[in-house]
Design a protein around this ligand. Sequence first.
Ligand SMILES: NCc1[nH]cc(CCC(=O)O)c1CC(=O)O
Length: 327
Amino acid sequence: MNNPSAPDKGREDALRLGTRKSKLAMAQSGMVADEVRRLTGRDVRLVEITTYGDVSRESLAQIGGTGVFVSALRDALLAGEIDFAVHSLKDLPTAAPDGLTLAAIPVREDPRDALVARDGLTFATLPSGARIGTGSPRRMAQLNAWARSHGLDVETVPIRGNVDTRIGYVTSGELDAVVLAAAGLNRIGRIAEATELIAADTVLPAPGQGALAVECAASHPELAAQLAGLDDPFTRVAVTVERSLLAALEAGCSAPVGALADLVDDGQTTELRLRGVVGTTDGTSLVQMSITGPVPASDDEARALGRELAAEMLAKGAAGLMGERAL
Ligand SMILES: NCc1[nH]cc(CCC(=O)O)c1CC(=O)O
């Protein structure tokens, strides 16, 4: 194309952004596409890709969880069919694949889980016998432990499906409440339907929850450098610490593992605190611990902090609570 002002110029050198088709994935990809357009001045075109996690009706715990939402996107990156991809970081396996670069981890959204309940119910007002939908062993373990310690008898009901489907169980009256990631509700514009943002002390989120991962082929370092403009260094440190804990526990993204790294300030110094939890899904036993240290200045330091807490949790019997460790 010789004429740089030709109307279809943008399409010619448009970057191809691979995305899942769910409303949440499209919203996340759309947000990143806007940022990339602003940063690079290049057009970005969305390429829809179906992953195994989208078509399978099995529970995530059954199909193993690890990578079911990301493998097809990664294959497309390696095959050169797309230029970059956006994943929910919590769906990304902790093992880094050959040939791909985690070019950016943008600023994290609210990492907490949210309760969407009938009649404005919250944790404090849920009645005994309440039926709460979640297919996540991590949420089940902590919800059941919380209920137990409050003398409440709740039933966790395994559900799957996209965010709209899951909220639908409450709207239809089939369930009293469901638990979802606040970030997902925010991104699809339904956060107003949350009746409570669940304190991390009650339910620790999944490692990396609320953060996105922007990935491209390692063979395109110039593109990786441009995408790096979206990176938020603090988010990267926090999720690196959380994912190092997950990896050192040898647990996958559907294991009953919660983790959150955040800053704590005692008025003198700012430190990084990592809280972690592992439990049986019935909530009868939990290993819940935290560690605080200087804010890591490198990826290696970040990983060391996660490994340190993992070692302490394993010493307290964490491995025995995770059931099938491959999950
Ligand atoms: N496992 C599905 C998934 N992956 C990422 C999110 C939410 C967005 C995020 O955590 O960034 C969700 C939905 C949910 O857990 O409610």
